[in-house]
Design a protein around this ligand. Structure first.
Ligand code: PEP
Ligand code: MG
Length: 545
């Protein structure tokens, strides 16, 4: 009997194939390793072997990085020290890797992967000590949809996108490792899809990564309709080029999120109209000393140089919480997401921001780039005013704020007159609105960017932007979802910034709908009581438009 499961859309596209359930815990029994060093060596050898078999260069890089963690002297020494205190070998490894991951805990994107990498490696060493071999991704000899509870970095690195055609997981949110990897491989993915493993194994599946739906044994008519839609989208996506705009020619700047010069080069290649989020802290992660002025000027200029004559929105350091910058010496906090992070770090380490702005200003002079400068984690009008005066005082004319804290959205009418623009960080705004840790795999449904409460805060910010003549953009992951992108435009945002691979699909979707339809889709989404109903209502209108 056919049925449909609904989860959270994590990577767009459509794929049809039989579902294959995969349980990472069901490994084949092997001889238990006698000590931590032997177990770690076994894991390291296994990861190195897998690296040579990985079907993609990204996969190879992930596995090689993991194999280094498996031999990390600090990790192993701390586990052995715990074992000497009488802790069992598996518990000693669990504690050491947990502690290490805590230190590395980092945001969506490759920072989050580092913490997950350590936990994954720790779990593999524990399995070797307990005589369990970690299960490998299945290879049934035909293309299939991989259905799992969640996926660890080492598992996903081995995926061959010609064999695994889509991913469905019961856990994970839109910023989870699975989602990021799926988007980089161009695989449709649905996460936070409860009951998927039991329902999907061995059944014919159609995975709809646009709507977050998994159709199980769908009738032929449904398959035909979905396939026709996918083919239409594919043709449109490759055919539509040029700047972002709606069907009725309302411009929507399509910008890229970058963390360094390599991303900036890729963004320029993929037709980004500028950079909407330059995460400057990515250049200095893990650094124990503050980068010198010269070093900062070089690093910023390397990025700016790719977009001379176009807009580059530079975010000042967003250290703390999920983005560790050891040189800030923030110390341990009970609740770091609510602690000293983003702009707040300046209150405990005064001077870092001023030096960063001085370096940025020099990089702008050197490259002649149009840099807009914004602060992360702004909560109050006082902070916005203070930041804007710092930026302008350094000769940088365009100052802005990220709207990531509900207080900032609620009082956007006070904040925006202080600055020149605002950019909605929907990853953090979602986390704080729903009181759900953005890295928590169990809370994917709360973190769905279609949550009507989140859309309400976006709408309030846009209304304030309109009232005060300040442009408002979105640079969180929400902007990379083509249908949600259209809704955001309907709410009033004038730019969407995303990882470069997502640009083409967003550009094509926008070009097919006029502003009035976007506004109507936004109204329908905000009127819905749940995220799933918001997505369904808006999508029905947009896909039919
Ligand atoms: C966000 O919070 O939406 C955002 C874009 O910033 P980051 O993901 O770097 O915290
Ligand atoms: Mg943020």
């Amino acid at each position: 009997m056919s049925r449909t499961l609904t989860g959270v859309a994590a990577s767009p596209g459509l794929a049809a194939a039989p579902g294959v359930r995969w349980d990472a815990g069901e490994g084949v029994a092997v001889e238990p390793a006698p000590d931590i060093q032997t177990a770690a060596r076994r894991v390291q050898d296994d990861l190195r072997r897998r690296a040579t078999e990985a079907p993609t260069s990204e996969g190879r890089t992930v596995l090689e990085a993991l194999s280094l963690f498996a031999g990390d002297p600090e990790l192993l020494a701390s586990a052995e020290a715990a074992a000497r205190q009488g802790v069992s070998l598996p518990d000693a490894v669990r504690a050491a890797s947990g502690h290490y991951a805590e230190q590395l805990r980092a945001l969506g994107g490759y920072l989050a992967e580092r913490a997950e990498d350590v936990l994954d490696v720790g779990a593999r060493i524990v399995a070797a000590l307990e005589g369990r071999h970690v299960a490998e991704i299945p290879n049934p000899g035909h293309p299939y949809v991989l259905v799992a509870r969640d996926l660890a970095p080492a598992d996903t690195a081995l995926l061959d996108p010609t064999v695994v055609v889509a991913l469905v997981t019961e856990q994970g949110g839109p910023t989870s490792h699975t989602a990021i990897l799926a988007r980089s491989l161009g695989l449709p993915a649905v996460v936070a899809c409860a009951g998927a493993r039991d329902a999907a194994d061995g059944h014919a599946l159609v995975v709809d990564g646009d709507l977050g739906e998994v159709h199980i044994d769908p009738p032929t008519a449904v398959v035909e309709a979905l396939t026709a839609r996918a083919e239409r989208q594919r043709r449109r996506t490759t055919a539509v080029t040029g700047p972002g705009m709606t069907k009725d020619s309302v411009p929507v700047a399509l910008l890229a999120n970058v963390g360094g010069a390599r991303d900036a080069a890729a963004a320029a290649e993929s037709g980004a109209e500028g950079i909407g989020l330059f995460r400057t802290e990515f250049l200095f992660l893990g650094r124990t000393d503050e980068p010198s002025l010269d070093e900062q000027v070089e690093a910023y200029a390397d990025v700016l140089a790719h977009f001379v004559g176009r807009r580059v929105v530079v975010r000042t350091l967003d250290g703390g919480s999920d983005k560790p910058l050891p040189f800030l010496e923030l110390g341990a906090e009970e609740n770091p997401a609510l602690g000293v992070r983003g702009l707040r770090t300046e209150t405990v380490r005064p001077g870092v921001l001023e030096r960063q702005l001085t370096a940025l200003s020099a990089a702008v002079v050197r490259t002649g780039c149009d840099a807009w400068v914004m602060a992360p984690m702004v909560s109050t009008t006082t902070e916005a005013r203070w930041f804007a005066s710092m930026v302008r005082g350094r000769g940088l004319p365009t100052a802005g704020v990220m709207i990531e804290v509900p207080a900032a959205a609620l009082r956007a009418g006070d904040l925006l007159p202080e600055v020149d623009f605002a950019s909605l960080g929907t990853n953090d705004l979602g986390q704080y609105t729903m009181a759900a840790d953005r890295q928590c795999g169990d809370l994917g449904t709360l973190l769905d960017p279609w949550q009507p409460a989140l859309l309400d805060l976006v709408a309030m910010t846009c209304a304030a932007g309109k009232a005060h003549g300040r442009p408002v953009g979105v640079c969180g992951e929400a902007a990379a979802d083509p249908l949600l992108g259209a809704v955001l435009v309907g709410l009033g945002v004038s730019s969407l910034s995303m990882a470069a691979p997502a640009l083409a699909a967003v550009r094509a979707t926008l070009r097919d709908v006029d502003l009035a339809t976007c506004a109507e889709a936004a109204r329908l989404a905000r009127s819905a009581p749940t995220a799933a109903e918001a997505r369904n209502a808006a999508s029905a209108l947009l896909l039919g438009a």
